[in-house]
Structures are given as C-alpha cells and as structure tokens.
Design a protein around this ligand. Sequence first.
Ligand code: SF4
Length: 111
Amino acid sequence: MKVGIIRCMQTEDICPGTDDFLAVKNHTGAFAGIEEEIDLVGFCNCGGCPGNRVVLRAKKLVEQGAQLIAFSTCIQKGRDICFPCPYAQKMKDNIRQALGDDVTILNSSHD
Ligand code: SF4
C-alpha cells in the first residue's frame, strides 16, 4: 500500500519525523493492521496555519500514488508543540471534499 504523511508545519524545527518513519516501518500506530508492504511516497507539512494549503499537498501525495494519507500525531494530539491543531477537522474535510473517496485519511500516524 502506498501512503503519505502530512504533519504540522510548526513541528519541523523540533522533530525529524522519526516516529512517523518507525510507525511505517513497523506497521504500528495508524498503520497497524496493514499486512501488505507499506511504501511511503511522501512526507510533507500542512503548509502552515490555517491549513488552507493542505489540499494541494494531499493532491500531490495522491499523484504520487498515495492510497492513504495519515495526519501525523503532532496535528491530532499536539505532540511536541503542546496543542492540537485547531484546524485539523477543517483540513480533513477539505481534503475529503477535494479528493472524495480516492484516498483514506487517518489520524495520528504513531502512538
Ligand atoms: S494548521 Fe494546524 S497543523 Fe498546520 S501549522 Fe497550523 S497548527 Fe500546525
């Protein structure tokens, strides 16, 4: 399965994304239960507050073959930046509206 990860732009200075890559490698977190090989086709940020650029980035991931996009844990749970993204649901809704059922969107890439 081809997957992409979108994370919070505000975490980039403090997080190299290691836990995301480990979750993909070990099939844990959002990727638990995926038995087939996971191919990470892209890892990008949301584009910054208030998340208006996230749809373009999701489209690019899908163009690269992503069947599933996981929002990183920093978006959903505020890991590292200490607050959950107030725009998370809006970003997810906008991606869903733009891409329909072409892609599955999951929360919290890693535990
Ligand atoms: S929109 Fe949300 S995920 Fe993106 S930078 Fe702002 S707080 Fe982070």
